[in-house]
Design a protein around this ligand. Structure first.
Ligand code: BES
Ligand code: MN
Ligand code: ZN
Length: 504
């Protein structure tokens, strides 16, 4: 990664906010000018200075509002930043993350190089101190993330934020805070890596490039790493995977990553990530609008690499295998054509009715390949269908699973990571939509339930183990003018893996 990662120094402290010697102390104010506890401390220390300002109407505590004060009497910090938190009874996960983010944005824009942020002390229902700190760290990195090394003149931030202190309410909470910090940092680094890979345009981020990045990461963290080329995949019988890349001059790569942190004979979990480095649709060419966003079609693979970065940093005690089928889907004389029939590694044959339904064609062979690891569980991640975006929008990833306990584990991890999922039906009833008169199945099932029939297609290749599929088409990146990778669902994966490692 040629990215100059923003180097931020975090620490966790407890103590009176008015005695913080930091350049800027950040305190929260709820709607209707109700002071959070640290804000009330500063108010008392300064003989009601904050209350007076609030009475004057400069700030009302509405979510998203901020007010920067200089030289508050009897406060050691040079500046005090007030951040609006919205209504106290609506101060849930989203409001918390938004408050951290607006504090960080204001600190960045006002050239504060150092800050003590007390928003992390404010209770969020059902969440503990470790959660607050972890989310604060992730949200800070998310807010400061930039991807500008393809700009000839990157926006130089003259006084970048360098040191951030998050406070906890009591000394007894410091240990929890430090644990949240360690976890949050590893996840944030994993998210950054996934974002960088996603944001790198497809003329640079090719299957070969992804393989190189995986190798680099493997070297840095001691992972096993194997790159299978066309010939190796052909030997394995991956006729479905290989058919997709044929229309491109960028050769396909099948990336295998192995983290052996668990007991020697313990069965691994396997993460499979779709990595179509550009999805033009193939002969079933996509319309021009938004086609530029199809470099993000490798986000599943990017999330696997990002999750590996995090588990490498955490030294996770678990055996984890990452499988990333990487190729490009282009129209060409050699490309798949509608009506072609291919034979997958499983032996099942597929009639390709639409060459744009290519994700399932590459994933099915990866799912078959996963069998050789006798996995305890397999999760695949894929920007698989536009239908998923229509069904759920941009907030949850769609979750499908052939094993209820696994689905519940994932739902739990997703909630805790605040990287949410929504369970969808994986029912046999949908399978008939995939009927083909000439092959074992077709690769499309018509418009109704498009995300579901795609999952049902994959299910046919995941009969030998506990499996879940996440359709991340709506969550992995943002489109439009502010397009960019979100790094999802790295956080969810890392939480799930941590929970798995803690299992007796
Ligand atoms: N990569 C796309 C899915 C996608 C679409 C992701 C929009 C993000 C935003 C996938 O390969 C695809 O083209 N799916 C088709 C399937 C259809 C032909 C059955 C789709 O969703 O239109
Ligand atoms: Mn496609
Ligand atoms: Zn695709």
């Amino acid at each position: 990664m040629d990215n100059k990662e923003i180097e931020l120094e975090f620490s966790i402290k407890s103590g009176a906010p008015e005695k913080q010697r930091s350049a800027c102390v950040v305190v929260g104010v709820f709607d209707n000018r109700k002071l959070s506890e640290p804000a009330a401390d500063i108010d008392r220390a300064s003989d009601g200075y904050l209350s007076e300002i609030l009475r004057g109407g400069d700030m009302d505590g509405k979510a998203g509002s901020t007010l920067l004060l200089h030289k508050v009497p009897k406060v050691l910090a040079e500046r005090v930043l007030l951040v609006g938190l919205g209504k106290e009874r609506d101060f849930h996960e989203k409001a918390y993350r938004d408050a951290i983010s607006s504090a960080i944005k204001t600190l960045r824009d006002t050239g504060s190089m150092e800050a003590a942020i007390t928003l992390s002390e404010i209770p969020v229902k059902k969440r503990d101190t470790a959660w607050n700190i972890e989310q604060a760290v992730i949200s800070t990195h998310d807010t400061l993330y930039r991807f500008d090394h393809h700009k000839s003149k990157p926006n130089e931030v003259r006084r970048p934020l360098k040191r951030v202190i998050f406070s906890v309410s009591r000394r007894g909470e410091l240990k929890q805070g430090d644990a949240g910090l360690a976890r949050g940092l590893a996840i944030a680094h994993g998210i950054n890596q996934a974002k960088d890979l996603g944001n790198t345009p497809s003329n640079i981020c090719t299957p070969e490039y992804l393989a190189g990045e995986a190798k680099k990461l493997a070297k840095a963290h001691g992972f096993g790493c194997e790159i299978l080329d066309y010939a190796a995949c052909e030997k394995l019988g991956m006729g479905s995977f290989l058919s997709v890349g044929k229309g491109s001059d960028k050769p396909p790569r099948f990336i295998v990553l192995k983290h052996e942190g668990g007991a020697k004979n313990a069965k691994p979990v396997v993460l499979v990530g779709k990595a179509v480095t550009f999805d033009a649709g193939g002969i079933s060419l996509k319309p021009p609008a938004e086609m530029d966003e199809m470099n993000y079609d490798m986000s599943g693979g990017g999330a696997v690499i990002g999750a590996f970065r995090a588990i490498g940093e955490l030294g996770l005690k678990l055996n984890v295998v990452g499988l990333i089928p990487a190729c490009e889907n282009m129209p060409d004389a050699k490309a798949n054509k509608p009506g072609d029939i291919v034979t997958s590694m499983s032996g099942q044959t597929i009639e390709i009715l639409n060459t744009d339904a290519e994700g399932r064609l590459i994933l099915c062979d990866a799912l078959t390949y996963a069998e050789r690891f006798e996995p305890d569980a397999v999760i695949d991640l894929a920007t698989l269908t536009g239908a998923c975006v229509i069904a759920l929008g941009a907030h949850p990833s769609a979750l499908y699973s052939n094993h209820d306990p696994l689905a519940r584990e994932i739902e739990h991890a997703a909630d805790h990571a605040w990287d949410r999922v929504w369970r969808m039906p994986l029912w046999d009833d949908y399978q008939e939509q995939l009927k083909s008169s000439l092959a074992d199945m077709a690769n499309i099932g018509g418009r109704p339930g498009g995300s579901i029939t795609a999952a049902c297609f994959l299910w046919r290749f995941a009969k030998k183990y506990h499996w879940a599929h996440l359709d991340i088409a709506g969550t992995a990146y943002k489109g439009g003018r502010d397009k960019g990778s979100t790094g999802r669902p790295v956080s969810l994966l890392v939480h799930w893996l941590i929970n798995r490692a803690a299992r007796p």
